[in-house]
Design a protein around this ligand. Structure first.
Ligand code: CP
Ligand code: NVA
Length: 303
């Protein structure tokens, strides 16, 4: 594994290897065992969108691994003034050992990997959010002891989170049911992939149908970064797609909740459900750190 561009690129074995390494790194960090696996390496972190978790967990994670993180805001880079990604990739490949990028178009991430010679990690695009999904899978496995055979349910927009969760769940032996309004379905590439898994993937219009007997219920904001102008229209479209107590009664009694954050309480999730599951949600946020350290080690040390 050299890059992490999207979940579709990972094999089931690679996902399990990342999760196992992430568990080990978490254990070591909690027990004060140093792991300077990236000593002398520099990781560039390009952000064309806002971030709290991704930025801080990549910076701290790189430091804990003995490497140097460099925060690169596109606002301050020539890329923000139109320098082509092909040139940025070839220049940065001569200085850095790895690039994490958060941007809009998936094609920009794919182009960085195509023209650059160093590992590229996708820190979120409009299409997918693979680092988040690895942290989610890690957290679910931590709480449930396994992934195989569990049912995941995603309620909401067919966005980067839904796209990546469908792939991540199916590749790790889970089944997944999603509920989204018409016009907000997951990406066609993801639907084509999911088709191969038969009834392990189900798409519904109502959350009540999707959530039945779920082991894990996941949701995300209705308007993602870049869609702020559609917020009001989306609020109407997603009316009835809230994860609340009434809906959770239909899931398994011990169902857990995941939310990538930031959350909009009172929209996609109620305050009550969010706070009742806060330990799972904030463990998920912590696990971004461990999962991404594992991804960096795998990509950089294999490159
Ligand atoms: N979940 C997530 O990616 O958070 P940030 O946008 O804060 O990085
Ligand atoms: N779907 C959200 C996820 C944020 C981590 C967005 O893209 O804004």
């Amino acid at each position: 594994m050299k890059n992490l561009l999207k979940m579709l690129d990972l094999s089931s074995e690679e996902i399990v290897e990342i999760l196992n390494l992430a568990d080990q790194l978490k254990y070591e960090q909690k027990h004060g065992i140093e792991h300077k696996l990236l000593a002398g390496k520099s990781v560039g972190l390009i952000f064309e969108k806002a971030s709290t978790r991704t930025r801080v967990s990549f910076e701290v994670g790189t430091y804990q691994l003995g490497g140097q993180p460099i925060f690169l805001s596109s606002k301050d880079m020539q890329i923000g003034r139109g320098e082509p990604v092909q040139d940025t990739a070839r220049v940065l490949s001569r200085y850095l050992d790895c690039i994490m990028i958060r941007t809009f178009a998936q094609s920009e991430v794919e182009d960085l990997a195509k023209y650059g010679s160093i590992p590229i990690i996708n820190g979120l695009t409009d299409f997918c959010h693979p680092c988040q999904i690895l942290a989610d899978l890690m957290t679910i496995r931590e709480f449930k002891g396994k992934l195989e055979g569990l049912k995941m349910c995603f309620i909401g927009d067919g966005n980067n989170m839904m796209n990546s969760l469908i792939v991540g769940a199916l590749k790790t032996g889970m089944s997944i049911a999603v509920a989204c309004p018409q016009g907000y379905e997951p990406h066609e590439d993801v639907l084509a992939f999911a088709k191969e898994y038969g009834d392990k993937f189900q798409m519904f219009r109502t959350p009540k149908e999707a959530v039945v007997d779920a082991d894990v219920v996941i949701t995300d904001v209705w308007a993602s970064m870049g869609q702020e102008g559609e917020a009001e229209k989306r609020k109407k479209a997603f009316d009835g797609y809230q994860v609340n107590d009434e809906l959770m009664k239909l899931a398994k009694p011990d169902a857990m909740i995941q939310h990538c954050l930031p959350a909009h309480r009172g929209e996609e999730i109620t305050e009550e459900v969010f706070e009742a599951h806060a330990n799972e949600i904030f463990e998920e946020a912590e696990n971004r750190l461990h999962a991404q350290k594992a991804v960096m080690v795998k990509c950089i040390n294999n490159a």
